[in-house]
Write a protein that binds this ligand. Structure first.
Ligand code: PMP
Length: 427
């Protein structure tokens, strides 16, 4: 039972006192006042199935009691900076994360966000290699501080700062990419970026394995092994941005890069690792981690005890509740049902993704792949009115992003598809 301020009042205050850059979904934005597992509740107590929780929380689901208790318990004992003093929770979480990563990837540096994690990863690559050039993939999203804005390559976000020494390779997007799924041609483009855009020596390459903000774009299979080889030959480090695709979300593997058979030098993560609290991490090898001893680098709250206690609880819950397996089973079922929906609705141009990181791209013309920009907004509003929340993204803003908590069930998946079916029938 909620008796706080209503949506209209909050919106008015927000318009006056918060940055105009902040955006929201829906014609009438939702005032969400509570969350429980895969559900959100609005000011009237109306329940919504949250199929877009992945942007902030993860598998454990909203307000998972074990995670909440771990955070509250630690906060009651001590909440402080992670620097200067010892605290076992921070070290325990680093150890637990190391056990989830392959090879020699076992040294963590904690941050408060994905942006900070990627900024640090870029800096480490530059320090380690002594080179400056960074290559990222067009349509990627890596954050919104100056370095990560440079690597983020999406013109519609209009905030790419121009940076020297940052290059954007062609996007190996099987649906819209210039070369479809032809990995050889994308690899040739990468080689040309190295040969003609840099001194031949690069600091690193950063990439998501499934682009999230970019509209759930799975990189063409075979691309990462091919370009990792090119980057390594040019002396660079390979950075896997697992902020969205990591932490069991893709189901088949714990990390997105594992589905591509590559071993990165640095892995960055955030969002899901804290089930909604501010926490990020950069994990690398002991040898690469050494570069930070060459500078004075710290982060007051990165990996603070309360957040890392939450992170430890998240790992426990993912394991005990078998959330990776669930993401695989429910995700496969959901993708299959969305593919069937594609046969029924001409407006669905593409269904893609893995596990519980799925995208449905809407087009008004399948041949020309004309983005259905207005239609998707209308469909999202209709779905919200029927009790289902999905996200939206992609370069043209015409892709449903479906990234529910990993505790999503088959029944939830069926309900989502039925609601999407009704909404698209009204287009
Ligand atoms: N990398 C990826 C892949 C992301 O999706 C995001 C956030 N959307 C970030 C980095 C930046 O994370 P944050 O917003 O926590 O800074």
């Amino acid at each position: 039972c909620y008796d706080g301020p209503r949506a209209a009042e909050i919106l008015k205050k927000r318009t006056e006192f918060l940055s105009p850059s902040m955006f929201y979904f829906y014609k009438n934005p939702l005032n969400v006042v509570a969350g429980k597992m895969q559900y959100l509740f609005d000011e009237d107590g109306r329940r919504y199935l949250d199929a877009f929780a992945g942007i902030a929380t993860v598998g454990c689901g909203h307000c998972h009691p074990e995670v909440v208790n771990a955070i509250v318990d630690q906060t009651q004992r001590l909440q402080h900076s992670s620097v200067v003093y010892l605290n076992h929770v921070v070290a325990d979480f680093a150890e637990a994360l190391a056990s989830k990563l392959p090879g020699d990837l076992k040294v963590a540096f904690f941050t408060n966000s994905g942006t900070e994690a990627n900024e640090l990863a870029l800096m480490m690559a530059r320090l380690y290699t002594g080179s400056h050039d960074i290559i990222s993939v067009r349509n990627s999203y890596h954050g919104n501080a100056s370095g990560t804005m440079g690597t983020t390559a999406q013109y519609n976000w209009k905030f790419n700062v121009i940076q020297s020494g940052v290059h954007h390779a062609m996007n190996p997007d099987p649906y819209r990419g210039a070369f479809g799924s032809d990995v050889e041609q994308y690899a040739r483009d990468m080689q040309e970026v190295v040969d003609f855009g840099t001194s031949g020596h690069v600091a690193g390459f950063i990439s998501e394995t499934i682009q999230g903000v970019g509209g759930i774009v799975e990189l063409a299979q075979g691309y990462l092994p091919a370009v990792y080889k090119i980057i390594k030959k040019a002396g660079g480090l390979c950075i896997a941005d697992e902020v969205q695709s990591g932490f069991a979300r893709i189901g088949s593997h714990f990390w997105g890069f594992e589905a591509h058979g590559v071993l990165p030098d640095i892995v960055t993560m955030a969002k899901g690792i804290g089930n909604g609290i501010p926490l990020g991490a950069v994990i690398t090898t002991p040898e690469i981690a050494q570069v930070l001893t060459r500078r004075n680098y710290f982060n007051t709250f990165g990996g603070n005890p309360a957040c890392t206690a939450g992170g430890l609880a998240v790992l426990r819950v993912i394991e005990r509740e078998k959330l990776q397996e669930n993401a695989f089973c429910v995700g496969s079922h959901l993708k299959g049902r969305l593919k069937s929906l594609q046969e029924k609705h001409e407006i669905i141009g593409d269904v893609r993704g893995r596990g519980l990181m799925l995208g449905v791209e809407l087009v008004t013309d399948r041949e020309k792949k004309t983005p259905a920009r207005a239609e998707i907004l209308h469909a999202m509003d209709l779905m919200k009115d029927m009790g289902v929340l999905v996200g939206k993204g992609g370069l043209h803003g015409n892709v449903f992003r479906i990234t529910p908590p990993l505790c999503f069930t088959k029944e939830d998946a069926d309900f989502l598809v039925e609601v999407m079916d009704i909404a698209l029938s009204k287009m």
